[in-house]
Design a protein around this ligand. Structure first.
Ligand SMILES: C[S@@+](CC[C@H](N)C(=O)[O-])C[C@H]1O[C@@H](n2cnc3c(N)ncnc32)[C@H](O)[C@@H]1O
Length: 303
């Protein structure tokens, strides 16, 4: 498990060069992540409702919010356009899940995507689905922790993370790794939820949000907020091109899922604790604290 000694020492070397030597502040909570993504209820939710994608969606005014998979395809389109790389470019998918995003980028944008994920069953699923879609030549998947990648420096033209940085136990270190594996001029796109600065959240908001973030294994979400992620990117050596607040585009998917699952979740709760239905909990509780959650698309370049 983990990256090679060369990759680790390279990360450490860069930290030394930039004078930002820091202690690793946490560690990979594989048990927690297995609980979030591996429970039968979760798998059913992601397979049937999300058609194997594990991310939210993008809805423009006038577009229907009710078909979530269409909103997800639109969001992957936004990612492909923000990456803005020519066909054939090598791209890293950090936290690839079942590889839906990788296959969309390979088939719609002609990119060659390498996905890594820390859940072995996600990697197996990604490989199986890519074989079924005859996309094995343009997509490949392996076990990997994005804090400690085993790729040499400058391996990729692009890196993206679709709603995975919230899981990072050390976001600074993950960003340093993304920077290391990109070639100069390479592009980074981060998509996902970010919380409001803690001091702007009411005690009632904290009472819902904090246990929810722990249950969902979101240590990263506690380490940056809607203001500070750009600062972390700059500190990691990136030139931030855009920090787009896309909350209005994400919100319709959140509204639709809440409308679908509010009652089923309340009923299921009668038969067991919220932990059994973590993904439905995520849909319902995220909606209840929506005033404190924004959705951002950060686009950055390694100079
Ligand atoms: C919300 S899912 C998103 C999956 C995929 N990007 C998608 O949109 O379908 C988050 C993914 O990040 C993975 N993950 C969490 N921490 C990780 C880490 N340190 N390194 C690699 N993958 C990680 C999880 O296993 C999970 O598959």
């Amino acid at each position: 498990m983990g990256g090679t000694a060369a990759a680790r020492s390279s990360w450490a070397a860069q930290q030394r060069k930039t004078g930002q030597v820091q202690m690793v502040s946490g560690e990979l909570d594989l048990t927690g992540l297995r609980r979030v993504y591996g429970r039968p209820g979760s798998r059913l939710f992601y397979t049937l409702v999300c058609r194997n994608a594990r991310h939210w969606g993008w809805t423009e005014p006038g577009q229907s919010k009710w078909r979530c998979w269409q909103a997800q395809r639109r969001l992957e389109g936004v990612l492909g356009r923000k990456l803005s790389l020519p066909a054939g470019s090598r791209v890293l998918d950090a936290g690839c899940g079942a590889g839906v995003v990788a296959r969309q980028l390979a088939s719609r944008f002609g990119l060659r995507v390498t996905g890594v994920d820390v859940l072995d069953f996600h990697v197996r699923e990604a490989r199986r689905l890519s074989a079924r879609a005859a996309l094995e030549e343009r997509t490949s998947f392996s076990w990997g922790d994005y804090h400690d990648l085993e790729f040499p420096d400058g391996s990729f033209d692009g890196v993206y993370s679709m709603e995975t940085l919230v899981h990072a136990y050390d976001p600074e270190r993950a960003l340093a790794e993304f920077h290391r594996v990109l070639r100069p001029g390479g592009r980074l796109v981060l998509l996902g939820p970010v919380g409001a600065p803690p001091e702007e959240i009411s005690p009632e908001g904290h009472a819902v949000l904090d246990p929810f973030m722990d249950a969902m294994v979101f240590p990263g979400a506690k380490r940056y907020d809607s203001r500070s992620l750009s600062v972390l990117l700059a500190r990691a050596g990136f030139r931030v091109e855009e920090a787009l607040d896309a909350t209005a585009r994400y919100r319709p998917t959140s509204d639709a899922l809440y409308a679908y699952f509010r009652l089923p979740y309340a009923l299921l709760r009668l038969f067991g604790p919220a932990e059994k239905w973590l993904n439905l909990r995520s849909v319902v509780e995220m909606y209840q604290v929506r005033e404190y959650v924004s959705w951002f698309v950060h686009t950055a370049v390694k100079p």
